[in-house]
Design a protein around this ligand. Structure first.
Ligand SMILES: Cc1ncc(COP(=O)(O)O)c(C=O)c1O
Length: 380
């Protein structure tokens, strides 16, 4: 084992006034949801993204659950999603009785393969959920065109993509709804957290109700009704203002955070591209019309064996690296919905090959240099 200090894959980091703001939230005397810091986060995101409404949630998973309720997903409805994603992208819809339809991904961006989308649509298709993997935009023109022709809602899982753009437009502003994640591993974090971006103003009022346990409490606080009561289904999807205070401290530093991550990302790419070409390793592919969100740096190794060997080799040098996601169609749940090996060959292959290198807001230049040196030294 190496004597070098551990270079972790992810490290939660203070970047601005997070702690002061959390203390301020406590001093404000309102630490439940929708306090002053929650409102600051809402305004910042609404203004930056230019959208009618953003609501902080307790996680991206919960924002996705709210989407499923807002779209009135019923048992038997079909929801199309990329096979290569986190379980929450579909669990939220399965909770309401939906059947997942797993679509294979493009071998370049690892995003939903839009050329396979139309053939997957049936009379029961209720929603399409593109995931902007690594914060690189899906082929939204094609996806929206197909969905529009079939009158199917598009909702984006933008867990990775805050402040990324596709053809000059923010990710998370294409679908009627979009989810964001502020989990510890994301560019901007509150430990656990998320947001629902509402692009269709007709969904705002119901979203507020669902988020507040099915009550019209938001209207009550705005003085629009004189008492609040149970009006719909819902749950408790709003985070404490202490968490919103932490998140606001991070969001305020968005330019600094994104500049650091861009720099790290470009350094990885510049330093590894010749080595990658020589050894048939695929580095991330970013279409020229996408401004990525710099969420992660991944590589596709030539085989599962070499991916595992590289992870172990880096571990011996005290460098953490990880892989994700296992193909959803081949999971226990996926198989219970009829998924079989061979259904999504690209996902099955890349899921074996993918490795993620350390990438976070506190990663220093010298730590990154050690990672790069180690990778370049790897014996095949
Ligand atoms: C694509 C995607 N969607 C959803 C989630 C769930 O996010 P959260 O942990 O905020 O619920 C994740 C988590 O990493 C993710 O990668």
């Amino acid at each position: 084992m190496s004597e070098n200090p551990l270079i972790d894959f992810n490290r939660p980091t203070l970047v601005g006034n997070e702690l002061e703001y959390m203390a301020q939230a406590v001093r404000n005397g309102q630490i439940s949801g929708d306090g002053p810091f929650t409102k600051k986060c809402h305004s910042l995101l609404e203004q930056e993204l230019g959208v009618p409404r953003v609501l902080l949630t307790t996680s991206c998973t919960h924002a996705l659950e709210m989407m499923a309720i807002l779209l009135e997903i019923q048992p038997g409805d079909e929801v199309i999603l990329p096979d290569f994603t986190f379980v929450s992208t579909i669990n939220a819809f399965v909770l309401r009785g939906a059947r997942p339809v797993f679509l294979d991904v493009r071998p370049d961006t690892l995003n939903l393969d839009e050329s396979k989308l139309e053939a997957a649509i049936t009379a029961r298709t209720k929603a399409i959920v593109p995931v902007h993997y690594a914060g690189v935009g899906c082929e939204m023109d094609a996806i929206l065109e197909i969905a529009g022709r079939h009158n199917i809602a598009v909702v984006e899982d933008n867990a990775h993509g805050l402040f990324g753009k596709y053809k000059g437009r923010w990710l998370g502003t294409f679908g009627v709804l979009a989810s964001q994640s502020f989990h510890e591993t994301k560019n901007f974090s509150s430990g656990e957290g998320g947001a629902l971006v509402i692009n269709d103003p007709r969904l705002v009022e119901r979203a507020e109700i669902i988020r507040e346990k099915g009550t019209n409490r938001s209207r009550f606080f705005r003085g629009q009704v004189d008492k609040y009561t149970w009006v719909d289904i819902g749950s408790s999807y709003l985070p404490s203002d202490i968490l919103a205070a932490y998140l606001f401290g991070q969001l305020e530093q968005r330019d600094k955070i994104q500049a650091h991550r861009r720099n790290l990302w470009q350094t990885y790419e510049n330093s590894l591209k010749d080595w990658a070409a020589e050894h048939e390793i695929q580095l991330p592919v970013i279409p020229e019309y996408c401004e990525q969100a710099y969420h992660l740096f991944h590589m596709l190794m030539p085989s599962l064996e070499l991916r595992q060997k590289l992870i172990l080799y880096l571990r011996e040098r005290n460098i953490q690296s990880v892989f994700h996601y296992l193909p959803l169609h081949n999971s226990d749940m996926g198989r219970s919905f009829g998924g079989r090996t061979g259904d999504c060959p690209v996902t099955e292959r890349i899921s074996d090959q993918l490795i993620r290198l350390p990438f976070h807001n506190a990663l220093s230049g010298s730590e990154q240099e050690q990672v790069i040196e180690a990778v370049l030294d790897f014996k095949f």
